[in-house]
Write a protein that binds this ligand. Structure first.
Ligand code: GDP
Ligand code: IMO
Ligand code: MG
Length: 425
């Protein structure tokens, strides 16, 4: 049995949480492989909306195990808050969740460092969610990090104090003044570490590979999006992990030959939170309308998302990097209100037309659009593929022909039930 991967092809918030929840009944294990509480994965059913940050989006089904893999960075305080909300709803998280001992811990001082580094960047700040992601991965790669497995060791406190001391020196270097928050953050954090000890912490690479041998079905759930990948995104305006399919191998301990389907998810248009290039961004009332119709406000920070038309050269790039086998298009319903829908098919970069994303993120990119006809029809209650408007199917066909990968799911609303599956998966 192989591991399927579902990941975002744009700048995040493509609807990963919703679709993972829809697909979970087909899987035995759902696992996160990178990122941390910078993610905000929303899913809706029975009229209730849930936002998950660290816990995989399969948690609402009692049929699947959910794993936080070694590639994830974990803030125990946020994890415990998330668990407590789920517990109150009657979700038995303890029996459904496993954590990798090799996942790195986000310390309170990592969060402060995130803020200090952003402040120091001034106008060129990344627009980080300030959850401590960058500083934690920096320590991981710099071989100074602390892992979940360390909390069970006698020298945990020494390790913690040593890393904290290094961070305080760095905070002083940045002249960071808001250090008084630390005592309160630390209290909560240490408390959460104690609670974390009651959860099942495992060598998840063995767990997952054993499941593969037992022919169990595994789905790896990406966080962020391919255009935020630390190698292939618009560096430096990226997150600090490999969000692409290869990240599932390093973030779970599975061999590349064990990857099965790669589900690439994209919105029918584009959004981005934080700074960085966005060629098709609409800074006018059309962008405002997309934001309003799509309720485009960050699930983690509440920030308004920047909005723009679908960008096919970047979609094709993400498909190439990830080896996407199946596309999933979400938020088709949000475009129902537009008579004409422009789609970017190439860029003019410093006056030269190209289909490729340029290395230089400061170069002057003008999108070249093809206008497609809108459908002007509410989609949110459509339950049958054959009832979808012809113009929408032309929109889908246009995308498929451009990127040469089929769209297998079309999502027409935030609820579980608002999902149309074209090909039996
Ligand atoms: P994720 O980070 O990829 O899981 O996506 P987010 O949860 O951050 O953002 C996606 C938002 O769109 C959430 O508010 C979802 O409830 C919502 N959503 C997902 N699919 C659809 C859809 O097809 N139509 C509409 N209108 N909303 C959707
Ligand atoms: P999900 O999983 C959208 C963005 C931030 C910022 C940049 C770096 O919900 O799709 P970081 O906190 O990692 O230092 O921020 O990446 N970002 C996201 N944007 N969705 C996310 O996650 C994101 N996680 C990080 O806005 O621009
Ligand atoms: Mg999100």
């Amino acid at each position: 049995m192989k591991v399927d991967v579902l990941l975002g092809l744009q700048w995040g918030d493509e609807g990963k949480g919703k679709i993972v929840d829809v697909l979970t009944p087909k899987y035995d294990v759902i696992s996160r492989f990178q990122g941390g509480p910078n993610a905000g994965h929303t899913l809706e059913f029975n009229g209730i909306k849930h936002v998950l940050h660290l816990i995989p989006s399969g948690i609402f089904h009692d049929t699947a195990k959910n794993i936080i893999g070694n590639g994830v960075v974990v803030d125990p305080a946020i994890l415990m808050e998330e668990i407590s909300v789920l517990d109150k709803m009657g979700v038995d998280v303890k029996s459904r969740l496993l954590l990798s001992k090799k996942a790195h811990l986000i310390l309170p001082t990592h969060k402060l460092l995130d803020a200090a580094r952003e402040e120091a960047k001034g106008k060129s700040k990344i627009g980080s969610t300030l959850k401590g992601i960058g500083p934690t991965y920096t320590d991981k790669i710099g071989r100074d990090g602390i892992r979940i497995g360390d909390i069970f060791c006698d020298n945990f406190s020494d390790k913690y104090q040593a890393l904290k001391a290094k961070h305080i020196q760095l905070l002083n270097f940045y002249n960071f003044t808001k250090i008084e928050q630390l005592a309160e953050l630390e209290d909560k954090w240490l408390n959460s570490i104690e609670k974390l000890k009651q959860f099942e912490c495992v060598d998840s690479e063995y767990y997952i590979n054993n499941k593969i041998s037992e022919n169990k079905k595994i789905l790896a759930e990406g966080a962020q999006g391919s255009l935020l990948d630390v190698d292939f995104g618009s560096y430096p305006f990226v997150t600090s992990s490999n969000t692409i399919c290869a990240g599932a191998c390093t973030g779970l301990g599975i061999a590349p030959s064990k990857i099965g389907k790669v589900f690439g998810i994209f919105k029918a248009y584009c959004t981005r939170v934080g700074s960085g290039p966005f060629p098709t961004e609409l800074l006018d009332e059309v962008g405002e309308k997309l934001r309003k119709n799509g309720n485009e406000f960050g699930s983690t920070t509440g920030r308004p998302r920047r909005c723009g038309w679908l960008d096919l050269p970047s979609l094709k790039y993400s498909i190439m990097i990830n080896g996407v086998t199946d596309l999933i298009m979400t938020k088709a319903d949000v475009l129902s209100d537009f008579a004409n829908i422009p789609v970017c098919t190439s860029y003019k970069c410093n006056g030269i037309e190209t289909n490729e994303i340029p290395f230089d993120i400061d170069c002057d990119i003008t999108p070249v659009f093809t206008n497609l006809k809108g459908w002007n029809e509410d989609l949110t209650s459509v339950k049958d593929l054959s009832k979808l408007p012809a113009e929408l199917m032309d929109y889908v066909k246009f995308i498929e022909e451009y990127v040469n990968v089929p769209v297998t799911i079309i999502s027409v609303g935030p609820d579980r039930t608002q999902t149309l599956i074209r090909t039996e998966l």
